[in-house]
Structures are given as structure tokens and as C-alpha cells.
Write a protein that binds this ligand. Structure first.
Ligand SMILES: [Mg+2]
Ligand SMILES: [Zn+2]
Length: 180
């Protein structure tokens, strides 16, 4: 099979929905302004839309996998009402202080590689979008283009830019989508 697919890998918290620090309750899930429209634009441009999310709140005992699934259910339903379909969601429930080390937790690129293998994605033409340098580092390790957005932790993370450099910086996911 050829590597035909190009993906936008999306961090979730602070990119799609508002960062609330360990989101555990679906009632607290709120889309960032313009993010639904952004996803629609990217979908219409024929990119695969794949969420790549660290959910260490599970390892920390703040919430369960079931809570995460409920949040994703809400996100998927609202997107569906807006004619947006996410292709997949990958998340890592681990944290090295509480569980074993794992190859999937960003800044490691394991979730991106897992998605590549599942969907035959050409990583060199794909993008990793995030609001932290951990997202950018994971994208670099997977040889994707990287985009830092200035929502969520983005503004403070931009001040830490040093050895890890995003290829692009956009104010929001929507601005990235419009410019892609
Ligand atoms: Mg984030
Ligand atoms: Zn993991």
C-alpha cells in the first residue's frame, strides 16, 4: 500500500477545546472559538484529522478512561452536528511518575507512528499542531511539519522556544487552517 494520506495531528486541550488543566467533566468541555470551523476547513481540504492527546490525569487518578471517552463522545457529537468527522483519536493515559514509561506519551512520537501505521500516512507531508513544545517535539521526532498555536498554553510556551522550534506559529487553529 502506498503512503497516500496526509494528516493533521491535533493536540486536543488548548488547540480544539479550552485548556482547563485536567479536563475531567464533559460539562467543562468547551470548543475554542473557531476550532470547529477550522476542523471543517481541514476536512474539506482532504486531510485526515487525528487527535493525539496526553491524558496523564488518568495515571494521576484525577479521572478515568471512561471520563475521557465521555468527553470524546461530547466532542464527536457536537462536531457531527457541524458536519465534521474526526478520523481517529489516540490518547496516552500514562505518566512516568505514576505508571510505567511508555513510548506514546508526547514528546515521544509513538501515537503518531501508531496512526501512521493504521492509516498509511506520509508523515513528511503531515502536520502536528499543538499548544506546547511537547507537541512540537513529538512532531519533529516523527518528521512532520510542526505548528504552535497561541491558544491554551501557547503564549507561555512560545516564550520557551529554544532548541525546539516550531515550523509555524499561528494565533489559532482557525488561522492555521485558513493559511494551509
Ligand atoms: Mg495542549
Ligand atoms: Zn502511554
Amino acid at each position: 500500500m502506498t503512503e497516500d494520506n496526509i494528516a493533521i495531528f491535533l493536540d486536543r486541550d488548548g488547540v480544539i477545546n479550552k485548556e482547563v488543566n485536567y479536563l475531567s467533566n464533559p460539562d467543562d468541555f468547551e470548543f475554542i472559538e473557531g476550532s470547529i470551523e477550522a476542523l471543517k476547513i481541514l476536512m474539506d481540504k482532504k486531510y485526515l484529522l487525528i487527535v493525539i492527546s496526553n491524558q496523564a490525569g488518568i495515571a494521576r487518578g484525577y479521572f478515568t478512561e471512561e471520563d475521557v471517552e465521555k468527553i470524546h463522545g461530547k466532542m464527536i457529537n457536537i462536531l457531527k452536528e457541524n458536519d465534521v468527522i474526526l478520523d481517529d483519536i489516540f490518547y496516552c493515559p500514562h505518566h512516568p511518575d505514576f505508571t510505567e514509561e511508555c513510548e506514546f506519551r508526547k514528546p515521544k512520537p509513538g501515537m503518531i507512528f501508531k496512526a501512521r501505521d493504521k492509516y498509511n500516512i506520509n508523515l513528511k507531508k503531515s502536520y502536528m499542531v499543538g499548544d506546547t513544545l511537547k507537541d512540537i517535539e513529538a512532531g519533529h521526532k516523527a518528521q512532520c511539519f510542526t505548528v504552535l498555536v497561541l491558544t491554551g498554553y501557547g503564549i507561555e510556551e512560545r516564550n520557551k522556544i529554544g532548541t525546539i522550534q516550531p515550523d509555524f506559529v499561528y494565533k489559532t487553529l482557525l488561522e492555521f487552517a485558513k493559511n494551509l
